[in-house]
Design a protein around this ligand. Structure first.
Ligand code: ZN
Length: 330
C-alpha cells in the first residue's frame, strides 16, 4: 500500500515538474516535449485554415451548381461568399466595392441621340414643315415599344455625360431622347408614353415662349423636372440664330437663369436653335456654365466628340418603323 502511494507521489511530482518546465522552455527550446508545442499549434492552425478553405470551395461549388454560373462569374462572386465566413485575418483591408470602380471601360460608344419636335397628329400638306417636324403619338408609341423590345435604355444628356466621364455604370444600349422647343404636346402625348416605359428624356425649353399656346407652362416644366424622368435643358429665350447676334450671351444666359430660378437647381444641357453655332457661340455657351450642347449634325455621338457640339439623329414625321429601326441598327 505504501509503495503504491509512493509510486503515485513520484508520478504526480514528475507531472508537476514537466508542466512547470513548459512555459520557460517554449520560446527558445531546441529539443524536448516543449519544442514540439509550437509545431503542434501551427499544425492546428493549418488544419483550421484548410477546413475553412474546403468550406469556401464547397460553398463555391454549391453556388455554381445552384445558379449554373460560368466559372469566371463564380470567381467574380467569390468575395460575396467568403465574406459570410469568419476569417483568421480580420485586419485585411476591405476590398473596394463595385460602385467605387470606374465604369468607363464598360461604356460602349457610340451612342445615338435622337431629336424630336412635335408629338402630335401630323398636319396636312398645307404645312410641310409642321408635317416634317410632327411624329404622330401612335407612331411615337410604336417607336418607344420598339426601343423597349430591343433592350435600349433611354437616358438624359446629363446621364450620358456621367457615362462618358466613367462616373456611372453603362446601362444596356444607352440612347438619348431629346425634344426641342418645349411644345405642350410633349407633356400631353410623349410624357405618358415615356413614363409608362420608365424612359428618361431631355426637353429643351425656349423660356420666352413658356405658357403660350402650344408651349409648356411653368407648372408643367416643374412637374416634368420633378418626375425624375425628364431633364429640362435650355434652348435660348427667343430661339434666334445665335451666329447672327452681336451679343448671343443674353439669349444663352437669360434662358439658363430663368430655368434655374424656377427649378432651383443648375441647368447644364443646351440645344443650339436650328443647330446653328460657331466657335464664338460655343465659347459663350461654355462660359455660361453649360456642360453639354447638341447640334443637328446627323450621326451617332462618340466619346471623341466635343461635349458642346454633340450630333443628333432627326426623327422626322414620315419615318416608318423599319426606317426608325435602321437608324439605330444599321
Ligand atoms: Zn428649336
Amino acid at each position: 500500500m505504501q509503495s503504491r502511494v509512493l509510486v503515485h507521489t513520484i508520478v504526480f511530482l514528475f507531472l508537476i515538474e514537466a508542466l512547470l518546465a513548459r512555459p520557460v522552455a517554449t520560446p527558445f527550446a531546441h529539443s524536448g516535449s516543449s519544442s514540439s508545442a509550437l509545431p503542434r499549434r501551427s499544425r492546428a492552425l493549418v488544419t483550421t485554415v484548410s477546413r475553412r478553405a474546403v468550406t469556401v470551395r464547397q460553398r463555391l461549388r454549391a453556388t455554381q451548381a445552384g445558379t449554373l454560373l460560368p466559372t469566371s462569374e463564380a470567381v467574380d462572386r467569390a468575395p460575396t461568399v467568403t465574406n459570410t465566413i469568419p476569417t483568421s485575418t480580420p485586419s485585411e483591408p476591405t476590398p473596394p466595392t463595385s460602385t467605387s470602380t470606374p465604369a468607363h471601360s464598360a461604356f460602349r460608344d457610340p451612342v445615338p441621340i435622337l431629336m424630336y419636335h412635335y408629338i402630335r397628329p401630323r398636319p396636312g400638306s398645307d404645312d410641310p414643315l409642321g408635317q416634317r417636324l410632327s411624329v404622330d403619338p401612335a407612331t411615337f408609341q410604336a417607336q418607344m415599344d420598339w426601343l423597349a423590345q430591343h433592350g435600349f435604355t433611354p437616358i438624359t444628356l446629363s446621364e450620358l455625360a456621367a457615362l462618358r466621364a466613367g462616373l456611372t455604370p453603362a446601362p444596356p444600349h444607352p440612347i438619348v431622347l431629346t425634344f426641342d422647343d418645349g411644345y405642350r404636346d410633349f407633356y400631353q402625348n410623349a410624357f405618358p408614353i415615356l413614363r409608362a416605359h420608365g424612359f428618361h428624356a431631355t426637353v429643351f425649353v425656349v423660356t420666352g415662349f413658356v405658357g403660350q399656346e402650344r408651349y409648356l407652362t411653368w407648372d408643367m416644366i416643374r412637374e416634368l423636372d420633378r418626375s425624375g424622368l425628364v431633364e429640362i435643358g435650355a434652348h435660348t429665350v427667343h430661339h434666334p440664330d445665335l451666329t447672327t447676334l452681336a451679343n448671343p450671351e443674353s439669349e444663352i444666359r437669360g434662358c439658363k437663369d430663368a430655368l434655374e430660378h424656377v427649378l432651383g437647381h443648375p441647368v447644364t444641357a443646351f440645344a443650339y436653335p436650328a443647330g446653328k453655332f460657331d466657335a464664338r457661340v460655343e465659347t459663350a455657351v461654355r462660359a455660361a456654365g453649360f456642360r453639354q450642347a447638341v447640334t443637328t449634325q446627323p450621326r451617332w455621338a462618340t466619346s471623341g466628340d466635343d461635349p458642346l457640339a454633340l450630333p443628333r439623329l432627326r426623327v422626322t414625321g414620315d419615318l416608318t418603323l423599319a426606317q426608325f429601326a435602321a437608324l439605330l441598327t444599321g
